[in-house]
Design a protein around this ligand. Structure first.
Ligand code: PEP
Length: 250
């Protein structure tokens, strides 16, 4: 998208111990230089590593984020973390509504929307994941699902700076299977039109990432599609070499 800085984001999911901090250190070093003027980078490690990870990135453009937050500011929610806690660890972003959270923790669009609001309240940028399941795709419901998820998961106050959309077809996550370039183009053009209708100019500049089995071998093809403003990468974000290879397709 013209005038939109791409974002290459990594989601570590439930992977990573202190040992893995060497990868974050290598990423922090690897994204320095001229390309970082053009392309933003973000890694979302498990919350146990957040604070140490941001400390490794103080001299680097690499940004660090959380993978989820609770919709409330604080309180009796054992095991959860709040948006403020992520911000307190110098995290700048939080992934919300990932299909694994929707599936494992029964997160609905409306809950995701409350979490997005909590993220804004703490000054975080929300990376809101949407995408159809295999069954929905087979039933030709992809665009309906995207429309519903955009409508219900995003608050009225969403802007191009506090929100990033990540289109992740559920069947493409962790499977090695990706949609065709044509399918990605159709989905992203549709989301762009929906965002423009709802948010006007902000919707024109809101980043729409593609996610689902992105690796260095397919990144150039996927990132070249119109209205694809970067990637949300799972498996290939665990190793600095893989993540940096995706970043360098720009
Ligand atoms: C993800 O879970 O956000 C993801 C895109 O995973 P993978 O790249 O491993 O398919």
């Amino acid at each position: 998208t013209p005038d939109v800085r791409p974002l290459v984001a990594g989601n570590w999911k439930m992977n990573g111990t202190r040992e893995s901090l060497t990868e974050i250190k290598a990423m922090a070093e690897g994204v320095q230089g001229a390309l970082s003027e053009k392309v933003d980078t973000l890694i979302c490690p498990p919350s146990t590593l957040l604070y140490v990870a941001t400390a490794l990135c103080t001299d680097s453009p690499l940004m660090i984020g959380g993978q989820d937050c609770h919709q409330n500011v604080s309180g009796a929610h054992t095991g959860d973390i709040s948006a403020e806690m992520i911000a307190d660890c110098f995290g700048t972003h939080v992934i919300l509504g990932h299909s694994e959270r929707r599936a494992d923790h029964a997160e609905t669009d409306h809950l995701v929307r409350s979490k997005v609001e909590a993220a804004y309240e703490a000054g975080l940028t929300a990376v809101v994941c949407i995408g159809e399941t295999a069954d929905e795709r087979d039933a030709y419901q992809t665009l309906d699902v995207l429309k519903r998820q955009i409508f219900n998961s995003l608050p009225e106050t969403a802007t191009a700076s506090n929100t990033v959309i990540a289109y992740e077809p559920v069947w493409a996550i962790g499977t090695g299977v990706t949609p065709t370039v044509e399918d990605v183009e159709i989905a992203h053009a549709f989301m762009r039109a929906e965002l423009f209708m709802r948010f006007g100019e902000e919707g024109k500049r809101m980043r729409i990432l593609y996610g689902g089995s992105v690796k260095s071998a397919n990144a150039l093809e996927l990132m070249s599609v119109e209205n694809v403003d970067g990637a949300l990468v799972g498996g290939a974000s665990l190793k600095a070499s893989d993540f940096l290879a995706i970043y360098r397709v720009y």
